[in-house]
Write a protein that binds this ligand. Structure first.
Ligand code: EPU
Length: 311
């Protein structure tokens, strides 16, 4: 662990906060890929107030901060992350369902949010019923599926800029966004968001969700460890289709393989390593470039220190 992490420990973050501070926490336990090295520090605030206490101490330490939104769209390299991971999934997951708006803390699961809305007869967020990850992460990356997109439903968000400590509140109209993209300051930590919903019959919403989930089950390798789609879809086409046509299904490096079910999913067969995933990504890119002349852009975010050899 580096000096700055030691410094943060010595400032008494653990003593001053009610949440949990762990050292050398393996991020393999916090990513859906099930791989990746340790974070020097890993903080789970007990609630919003606890996070407010911690943030000035963290800022003062100068440590890089990595907000973790469920670890669903993330690949952490083997050497791990030299900084502090802030995980909101423990203490910041409250949800309030109103008549035409639902408000939730950033660490709430998008799937739980979607199901709560269904039970209470609020429509608008059913597209999220099969998307793993948090509401905050979904806003950050404008997660979407089956015709629905997070930012289309966002009403406002509240967050904090990690570099300055400034609190921000933005309305949807103030935020530009597009496919899997939300234009927000790179150092923002989303704390809370409001989403627009309408009243509807719970049974009708349930049926819509069942349909979404069965389509997902039929086309995606949900039973294997993965990080969702690896590449963004190029304009007007599907990365999965291009990768499949380029003959990449079953392409394997070590224990990491391009799924036979959906070519834009790369799965961890058990003992896969992040560097194997990076090799698969490079090989797929190359094959798609040669076959179609298309340059694929990754959707999965790669974080952590470099330094391991690739196969
Ligand atoms: N296809 C193939 N072979 C494959 C995969 C797909 O031929 O291996 C074909 C399908 O037959 C279909 C077309 O490609 O004709 C599109 O496939 P699909 O309907 O599965 O949609 P997609 O574009 O591959 C997108 C999102 C998914 C989202 C689904 C459903 C991206 C990168 N992917 O997939 O999102 O769940 O639509 O809405 O935008 C994610 O972002 O992590 C993700 C999983």
């Amino acid at each position: 662990m580096g000096g700055r992490a030691q410094h943060l420990l010595s400032t008494g973050l653990q003593e001053r906060c009610r949440g949990e501070l762990r050292t050398n926490e393996p991020l393999s336990a916090h990513t859906t890929f099930g791989m990746g090295g340790p974070a020097d520090l890993f903080f789970l605030p007990a609630d919003g107030d606890d996070l407010q206490t911690a943030l000035p101490l963290i800022r003062e330490s100068g440590l890089p901060v990595l907000p973790l939104g469920g670890g669903t769209n993330m690949l952490v390299r083997t050497p791990g992350f030299r900084g502090i991971v802030v995980d909101l999934t423990g203490g910041m997951k409250e949800i309030e369902i109103g008549v035409d708006q639902v408000v939730c803390q950033a660490g709430a699961s998008l799937q739980v949010l979607s199901r709560r809305c269904q039970r209470e007869g609020r429509t608008g967020l059913e597209f999220g019923c099969g998307i793993p990850g948090t509401a905050g992460g979904a806003v950050r990356g404008n997660a979407g599926a089956f015709g629905g997109e997070t930012l289309d439903r966002l009403s406002w968000l509240r967050g904090v800029l990690l570099d300055s400590g400034e609190e921000i509140r933005l309305q949807q109209a103030d935020i530009s966004y597009g496919y899997r993209y939300t234009a927000l300051p790179s150092d923002v930590l989303i704390l809370e968001a409001g989403f627009r919903v309408e009243e509807a019959v719970p049974e009708a919403i349930r049926k819509e969700m069942e349909d979404i989930l069965s389509r997902r089950k039929a086309t995606q390798p949900l039973w294997e460890r993965n990080a969702g789609c690896i590449f963004k879809n190029p304009p007007g086409t599907s990365a999965g289709l291009l990768i499949d046509q380029a003959g990449c299904k079953g392409l394997r490096v070590g224990q990491v393989e391009v799924s036979d079910v959906h070519a834009n999913f790369t799965v961890n067969l058990g003992a896969g390593t992040p560097e194997d995933v990076l090799s698969v990504i490079e090989r797929v890119r190359e094959q798609v470039r040669q076959h179609h002349g298309t340059e694929l852009e990754t959707e999965v975010r790669v974080v952590g220190e470099q330094g391991m050899e690739k196969r």
